[in-house]
Design a protein around this ligand. Structure first.
Ligand code: HEC
Ligand code: HEC
Length: 225
């Protein structure tokens, strides 16, 4: 451990010791008997530093994902209001190569676990800007697939996991609503052709979608809110 990191740890430990001393003295003898356990739990649950996350994001990521995480470039995903657990997992996967992308591998590799946590929770606190469906001819097909899947080909409804309004389910399923259709379609293609291999359910689902269905459901998702 580097000297500065060690000093930081000692400083943090001293803070926790001080914080623990108060309630212990107040009454709870049981808690006072297990200070080591409590301390470990507190450290594990150390809250993200949103200010640091915002600063890191503004230094590098802003160039492609925009100041508030609502990229206006269709190839670059909107990240605002995305679930933090999902964002952290993706950054780890880029770093490890589990999610294959040369551009993001470089940027993710430069981030520590703490950077990822701070940036992810800051992004989650940003408000997503809504998008719009553009393809009138296809959007009805997209809606059918999203809401009901395609029963005779055993394609599950997207809404079942990503929720009817595309908000996803925190820590389980990412938010999709309002995402650029170009980005969504690219990801479905990547799941289908094996470029993106970090989600078994999505690999199986995308394998069964044809180009027209991918285009349709991506367009519908862009207008979801
Ligand atoms: C040069 C442009 C560029 C920069 C700079 C950049 N990104 Fe990205 N980012 C992209 C592109 C393009 C993708 C889509 C890659 C793919 O297909 O997997 C992406 C994808 C992502 C994803 C996955 C989103 C999802 O919905 O799955 C996250 C998270 C992300 N970037 C975070 C960051 C962070 C944090 C930084 C700064 C440290 C950053 N990006 C810097 C272009 C960029
Ligand atoms: C069984 C649950 C499930 C169903 C059904 C499902 N998904 Fe997913 N989806 C996931 C999970 C889990 C992830 C996150 C993968 C990861 O961690 O990399 C995901 C990720 C995605 C992503 C990547 C998001 C991003 O920001 O990069 C897209 C796009 C997507 N799903 C679209 C769809 C569409 C379209 C459908 C319907 C045709 C669908 N999903 C149905 C579970 C599901």
């Amino acid at each position: 451990m580097k000297m500065t990191a060690l000093l930081k740890c000692l400083g943090v430990a001293a803070l926790f010791a001080a914080a623990l001393a108060l309630p212990a003295a107040a009454a709870d003898e049981k808690a006072a008997a297990q200070p080591a356990v409590k301390k470990a739990e507190v450290i594990k649950a150390a809250p993200p530093d949103l200010a640091k996350g915002a600063a890191s994001f503004a230094t590098v990521c802003v160039a492609c994902h925009a100041a508030d995480g609502n990229s206006s470039i269709p190839a670059n995903p909107k990240l605002a209001q995305q679930h933090p657990e999902y964002l952290i997992e993706q950054l780890q996967d880029y770093k490890s190569g589990k999610r294959n992308n040369a551009v993001m591998k470089g940027f993710a590799s430069a981030l520590s676990a703490d950077d990822m946590k701070n940036i992810a929770y800051w992004l989650a606190s940003q408000k997503a800007k809504p998008g719009f469906a553009k393809d009138k001819a296809l959007v009805a097909l997209g809606e059918r697939i999203y809401k009901g899947g395609i029963a005779d080909r055993q394609i599950a409804a997207c809404a079942g996991c990503h929720s009817p309004n595309g908000a996803g389910i925190p820590s389980e399923y990412p938010r999709l609503s309002g995402q650029h259709a170009d980005y969504t379609a690219t990801q479905l293609n990547y799941f289908r052709d094996g470029t993106r291999k970090n989600s078994l359910p999505m690999t199986q689902i995308a394998a069964k979608l044809n180009d027209r269905e991918i285009k349709a459901v991506s367009d519908y998702i862009a207008g979801l809110r």
